[in-house]
Design a protein around this ligand. Structure first.
Ligand code: XUL
Length: 530
């Protein structure tokens, strides 16, 4: 056991393509990081970019046992790196949002009796009633969405209750589909977890509560009352309240770690498990977002999020409960075509590396000579649209751009969408606005430059691109201090401040202001739904 003040905290993030672990010390310094990449490290599951696209192209799943095996491997790698697990005072984590896990009858008994001589994968092999978990990229539940909106009295009414109109990837609609398509499997389901609370359940050795913040991404929770909306539950599937368990505040201490981890890896039996949350709420914590800042996460999905005190849900974007302050909220906008689309354009432009991409971008100038494109390789969430649509400076549709123009067009278009949709949610770029960037692509200064120019605001980054994982390590620490009345901001005040990465060019506003307006006009021509 570690002596006095010398404690560590673990954050775990299970995202679309990998699971990551990060350990910080009492001074909030990162002292260990490791990851497991699903496609490369677990090729036996045959996923591509962490998922399986089913034949209808709309149903997108990940085998739940892949996630279990990835956790085995992550912990083995930490052990192989000689991490002293006994120094961990608490842990927390996050998961890709909206995805769901279906535990079979009897699974909780299995969780409570895990024996340290077997891997998690061996123990939990037959604990799930649905083997392929629907994930956030799924867009197969349009029918269920319309049904839920009808039962709630319309899309705006549903948004007023749950923070969002019905979205295909939101868990309530996914559960409704499972119940309709696989009624026997649904009946045999003892508990439904989000990806976040599923991982928490494993560490706890018991079903873990869904936290308020990730629970807001289900179209099922009343975000003001912090409880399930019976009206929404009824519209989705029978007996759902029991299968979900009661939601809890995101900073809750769920209990001590399962004896399995004490025996197998040497965790302290006192190590506490703090409620897990969604990856975007966790990023908000990792970036220590302040009111007025705008955060942009550049990952498999690109997201924009804001700190909100007075929520006014609309038909665009989502309002979630705030993960670090009770009675505050966060707004989130999710763009499905993020890094995979950037990588496709990079590869097709003949650039094998980001260097080539950058070179192509430097051959064009801000504003791209009026050329503007929309790049929705898969059905986009914001807006609901699909396909690649290119327009020249005269607003005429064209079938091709040169590779240089194409590279700048994809980066500009993604940044323009972020500004346009943040403004639709009422956000105003003011003097002093900071754009905080995170996620894999936030290490690319040329992409950040376009972001700074389009927002006409400086872009800052934190030391790690893994803000979700860092946010969970921070939340692990704060969970223990919250019971003593400590605020999250106080718990993490010693953390290093974000660093200035790029400033906007002087003529940024003049160039991009009219393009944001033009983007919104042209977007109307490519949308599926108004
Ligand atoms: C947010 C969303 C995605 C996932 C990705 O609503 O669907 O950002 O959380 O992991």
């Amino acid at each position: 056991m570690a002596a006095g003040g010398d404690w560590w905290y673990l954050g775990v993030d299970l995202s679309t393509q990998q699971v990551k672990g990060m350990v910080i010390d009492d001074n909030l310094n990162v002292i260990h990081e490791t990851n497991v990449k699903f496609d490369d490290d677990l090729p036996e599951f045959g996923t591509q970019n962490g998922v399986q696209v089913q034949s209808d192209k709309l149903t997108i799943t990940t085998p739940v046992l892949l996630w279990v095996k990835a956790l085995d491997l992550l912990l083995e790698r930490m052990k192989a790196a000689n991490l002293d697990f006994s120094k961990l005072k608490s842990l927390s984590g996050s998961g890709q949002q909206h995805g769901s896990v279906y535990w079979k009858e009897g699974a909780n008994q299995t969780l409570k009796n895990m024996t340290a001589d077997r891997s998690l994968h061996q123990i939990l092999e037959s604990s799930f009633s649905v083997k392929d978990s629907p994930v956030w990229m799924d867009s197969s539940t349009t029918e269920e969405c319309r049904q839920l909106e009808k039962c709630a009295g319309g899309p705006q009414k549903l948004a007023d209750i749950t923070g969002s109109r019905a979205y295909e990837r939101f868990t309530g609609n996914q559960i409704a589909k499972i119940n309709k398509k696989y009624p026997e499997e649904y009946k045999k389901t003892e508990r439904i977890s989000l990806v976040s609370s599923f991982v928490a359940s494993i560490f706890l050795g018991n079903y873990a509560a869904i936290d308020y913040s990730d629970g807001s991404g289900m179209n099922l929770m009343d975000i003001r009352a912090h409880e399930w909306s019976q009206q929404c539950l009824n519209a989705c599937a029978p007996g759902l309240k029991e299968k979900l368990g009661d939601p809890l505040p995101s900073h809750s201490i769920l209990g001590s770690i399962s004896p399995y981890f004490v025996k197998r890896f040497g965790f302290s039996s006192e190590c506490k498990v703090i409620a897990f949350t969604g990856d975007n709420p966790a990023s908000l914590a990792g970036m220590r977002l302040q009111q007025g800042d705008i955060a942009v996460s550049l990952g498999t999905s690109d997201t924009v999020f804001l700190w909100i005190e007075d929520p006014r849900p609309t038909l665009q974007g989502h309002i979630f409960c705030n993960p670090v302050k009770s009675n505050a909220y966060m707004a989130l906008i999710c763009f499905k075509n993020g890094s995979l689309t950037r990588e496709r354009i990079r590869d097709e432009s003949g650039s094998v590396s980001w260097d080539g991409f950058t070179k192509a971008m430097k051959a064009t100038s801000p504003g791209n000579d009026g050329n503007l494109g929309f790049y929705f390789d898969v059905m986009e969430i914001t807006p609901s649209a699909i396909g690649v649509h290119r327009f020249n400076g005269q607003n005429c549709k064209v079938s091709e751009f040169s590779k240089e123009i194409e590279v700048r067009a994809v980066v500009e278009s993604q940044a323009l969408a972020k500004r346009a949709y943040a403004e639709k949610l009422g956000y105003k770029v003011l003097k002093g606005t900071r754009v905080l960037a995170t996620g894999g692509a936030s290490t690319n200064l040329d992409i950040l430059q376009v972001l700074a120019d389009v927002f006409n605001a400086p872009v800052y980054t934190i030391d790690t691109a893994n803000s979700a994982c860092l946010g969970c390590a921070y939340r692990a620490k704060h969970g223990l201090e919250a019971v003593l009345g400590q605020s999250f901001a106080n718990s993490v005040k010693m953390a290093a401040s974000p660093k200035l990465a790029v400033n906007p060019i002087c003529e940024a506003d003049k160039i991009y202001c009219p393009i944001v307006a033009r983007y919104q006009e042209l977007e109307k021509l490519v949308r599926n739904r108004s």
